[in-house]
Structure formats: C-alpha cells, structure tokens
Design a protein around this ligand. Structure first.
Ligand code: DGJ
Length: 531
C-alpha cells in the first residue's frame, strides 16, 4: 500500500528531449518521437497576441504541428528585475487551443549579430553593459562577449523565462524546444577589439578547447584540421600562434559559444527543454587561411565551427543552420557532421514544400520556413506537411533506424540511391506549375519492400554495377490516407510502372506508393527495353 505522502501530486507527460544514439538523433515529445513540421513567424509578430490570433488557425490549416515564435528580453524585462509574461502566456494559450506546439526563440544579447533586443536599461548603460569596439575604439551595436554583467543579466532573465514556462506549461508541454539567442556573432568586424577582448586574444588559447580538439582529433571535420594545421597541431599557444589567419574566427566562436552556454545552463537549471543555437551562414565557401570579411556574424555556430561550439557549449543539443543559400543539400549535409542533429529553424518558404522531403528523409528533426505569416492558405507546403504528418509514426521509427533517404533536385538531374539489394535511379522532372524541383523520400520497410513519397520524379529500378542480376517490381500500390490509416487504393502495373521497372510521381500533389522488388541472375539490363 502506498502511503499517501508518497503519492505523486500529478503525473506529468515526459519532458521533451533530444535522444542521440549511434549517430542518429530523435526528438521526443510526450514520450513519442516527433518531427517538427513548423513555420517561423516574422520577428515582430509574436510581440502581439492580437496579431497572432487569426494566424493560429491558418497554421493549422497548413498542417503545421509547431510554430516558432520570438520572445524578447526587452519585452519580458522592461525594467531590471520586473518581469512581464502576459503576452507569453497568451501565445502559449493560442498555440495550445489550436493543438500546436511552440518553439520559443530567445532574442536577447544577440539578434542577427547585433544587440537590438536587449532592454533599454541594458542598451543605454554602455558602462555597465560593455559594447564591442572597433580597432579605433568606437562602440558598436553589439554587446561584447566579454561583458560579464550582460551575460549574467541575460542568464537571469532567461532563467526567469524558463521558470515561468515551467509553471505555466509543464502540464501541457506546449513549448517543446528553445532557441537560445538568434544568429549570434559580431558583424562587419573580424573580432571585438575592446580592451578585454584584446587581452584575451593575446593570451593562451584555453586548455579546455585544446584538450577537446586533441581528444577528438580522429573525428574532426577536415576544415578544423586544416585550420589547426597552421601550427602543426600544437596544443599550446596564443590564438594567432595556433590558428594563423583563422584565429579571429576561432576566438569569436569560442567566446560566443561560452557565453551562450552560460545562459543556456541557467535556463536548463529551471526547466531543461532541448535547446539549440542557430547560425547565419557565410555566403560562399569559407576560405581557410584567407579570413574574408563578408557580412555574416563571426562567432555563430557555422558548420566549420561545430567542434569549437561542441567544446564550449555542452548544454546546447543542436547547432542549427538558417538555410537561405541555394545549396540546401550541401549545407544540410555539412551540419550533420560530428553527431550534430539536423535542425532547420529557418529557410525559404518557396522551396520548402520540396526541401522538407529531402530534410526529413535525411534525418532532420525540425524543418521550418521563415515568415510564414504571409503564406496563403493554399500554399503547397500544406500538402507536403499533410502527407508527412500522416506518415509520422512510420517515418520517425525508420528515420531513427537510418532507414530513410531524402532527395530533391531540379528537372533533368538524376541521382542513384543504394537500397541494399537494389539500386534506384531518381530522374527529376519537377513541377513547373508550382515552380518546384522534384522531391521525395524513401522508407525501407524491409530489404525488399519500400515506400516512396513525393512528387515530380520517376524512380527507375536498375541493376547494381558489376552485378548481372536484374531487378523487377513484383507488386506496387498507390496508397491513400483514409480514416487515419494508409490503405491500398490501386494496384499499379503496366504503363503505371513502365512494365515493372519504375514508379511515377507526376501529380499536382505529393503522394505515396509502396513497392516490393525482386531480382534474378542473368538479366538483360537494357534501359530501352524498360521505359
Ligand atoms: C534571419 C533571422 O534569423 C531572422 O530573424 C530574420 O531576420 C530573417 N533572417 C530575415 O530574412
């Protein structure tokens, strides 16, 4: 018999978590695997619940499961020590009443490499909350990473925010993840030149960073090895002695990540939701050793700084790219190195209906285009999200096992994907009406059976190189989602499978087909015969 004093007051749903196992990551919400199919609102939208009111329903009709919304330091702590969480509560209620989850974006010391979201009492007091400085001693619109007062004040406010979210939302878990700061780093300068920064730059590189690099040397990304090769992998020295022309980037990354980790830890001590940091990417490939001064913030979690961020910010679970660059696939790949989960908090909405298939197929745990307030209700993103939501349990199960693949490419391109016993060639056709590339994903159900989803492509089953066996479709079905389950609608054969060699995805909306394959030795393997 339980003594009444030992009974739990109420049983809570498990707290959201990012689980990492064998190089795969999985976001858990209410104890179930979850992929964020979301959208991020414009910067000023969530300052007003009135403005947000009509948007919740629209987001539901677009089949979002989550909305990413800023919560700003200036609004929650207008005077030092006086907190106002009214609008935050209304935001949470708005989402909750519409069955949507929230990712809270903490705009505080950093927003796009500047400090415009710090409260007035912080921004005005440049003595107490020191700014970064130019080489000739001018103050800039960026609080210095060496300003301990600001770091502590930011952490205090963030802790108060997380404490409040816990009190208000712990029972419902509407808020599932938090972004700490926004696109951190310093813009227009290679580094901070304030006296404290100059002193740190002339000092020895912290031992904590060097022991991390040394311990991980075997798994370091090649860019980091190249940067470090400047000193022939020495483990002691000043920033410029160890890293030459890339020393400012290494320096700003280390101190920015250290600052953000301090803030993150303070928040997690109150309510340990998963937390990530997002990156404003560099525009072209960073040229190691040449230190180009382009307009992107130095110090943020860009792909080539993954090891530095991992060493300095162990409380951050994901380093997340804001992908506005056209080479979406390359960026997504480069952010999955060294065990980093693929978490995309911002991207273009125009390409999102296609890119989300690639991202989810290639293990993303969050996909979210930016500026979704403006989307029309018939935006094709709604159809993509609908299909992926309907696939969710099977998708999350196989994604975590590494049994999904995603693809996206313009018309005319082809891509071969190894399916174990079989090989498939994706021939991309795109969709001109919708101005979209061809896109899709594959779920491997077992070694002979697969689900294919997407639109604007043909999947042609071909023999593996050097193998004299031929592959044919034994059974293919058009699937449709009805009464909460996927059912077989039509058996596909003849023209619809190009006589047992291909699956065709050429509609106005993405769809799902299942296929069972087999192979036999001594096949003819002649493409002209097949198509
Ligand atoms: C990236 C930022 O993170 C967003 O807050 C917003 O400013 C967009 N850029 C605008 O394109």
């Amino acid at each position: 018999m339980l003594l009444s004093g030992c009974e739990p007051k109420h049983s809570l749903k498990p707290i959201p978590q990012i689980i990492k196992e064998n190089g795969q990551s999985r976001l858990m919400v209410d104890g179930e695997p979850f992929i964020i199919l979301g959208g991020q609102v414009h910067n000023s939208s969530s300052s007003s619940s009135l403005y947000m009111e009509p948007l919740w329903e629209k987001f539901t009709r677009l089949n979002f499961n989550t909305v990413l919304v800023p919560v700003t330091w200036e609004l929650i702590e207008p005077e030092e020590g006086r907190f106002d969480f009214k609008e935050l509560e209304r935001l949470i209620l708005g989402a909750r009443q519409n069955n949507l989850r929230l990712v809270i974006l903490w705009f505080a010391t950093w927003k796009n490499g500047q400090s415009t979201y710090a409260p007035e009492w912080v921004r005005k007091d440049t003595e107490r909350f020191q700014r970064s400085m130019t080489e000739d001693g001018k103050l800039v619109n960026h609080i210095s990473v060496f300003s301990e007062e600001t770091m502590k004040a930011d952490a205090k406010a963030f802790a108060a925010l997380m404490r409040h979210i816990k009190t208000f939302d712990e029972k419902d878990r509407t808020v599932i993840t938090v972004q700490v700061q926004n696109e951190p780093g310093i813009r227009f300068m290679l580094r901070d030149y304030s006296p404290a920064a100059n002193k740190a730059f002339a000092s020895q590189v912290p031992e904590k960073l060097m022991s991390f690099l040394e311990a991980k040397k075997g798994e370091l990304i090649p860019e980091m090895l190249e940067i470090w090769s400047y000193s022939n992998y020495s483990v002691a020295g000043t920033w410029s002695e160890l890293f030459g022309n890339d020393s400012e980037l290494m320096f700003m990354s280390w101190y920015t990540a250290t600052y953000i980790d301090y803030v993150t830890k303070a928040g997690k001590n109150e309510y340990p939701l998963p937390m990530y940091a997002n990156a404003w990417l560099y525009y072209s490939n960073y040229r190691i050793g040449r230190n180009p001064l382009e307009n992107w913030p130095r110090g943020g979690p860009i792909d080539i700084m993954i090891p530095v961020w991992q060493a300095a910010a162990p409380h951050i679970e994901a380093l997340a790219p804001d992908i506005y660059r056209p080479d979406f696939v390359r960026v997504a790949e480069s952010f999955q190195r060294m065990g980093n989960p693929l978490f995309i908090p911002e991207t273009h909405s125009r390409t999102a209906p296609a890119n989300v298939f690639y991202a989810v197929g290639e293990r993303a745990i969050c996909f979210s285009p930016f500026g979704v307030d403006n989307l029309l209700e018939d935006h094709p993103l709604g159809a993509s999200y609908e299909l992926l939501n309907n696939l969710m349990p099977i998708l999350t199960e196989h994604q975590f096992k590494g049994k999904t693949r995603g693809f996206v490419a313009p018309k005319g391109e082809t891509k071969e994907i190894d399916l174990g016993k079989y090989l498939v060639r994706i021939e991309f056709a795109g969709n001109e009406n919708l101005n979209l590339d061809g896109y899709g994903l594959i779920i491997e159900l077992n070694e002979d059976e697969f689900l294919f989803a997407g639109n604007g492509y043909k999947a042609v089953f071909i023999a593996k190189p050097g193998d004299d066996s031929e592959t044919e479709i034994l059974e293919a079905w058009q699937l449709i989602y009805k009464d909460n389950e996927w059912i077989k609608e039509r058996r596909l054969n003849g023209d619809e499978t190009r006589h047992s060699f291909a699956l065709l995805f050429r509609g106005q909306r993405p769809d799902v087909k299942s296929v069972r394959l087999f192979s036999y030795k001594g096949g003819m393997r002649h493409d002209g015969y097949r198509i």
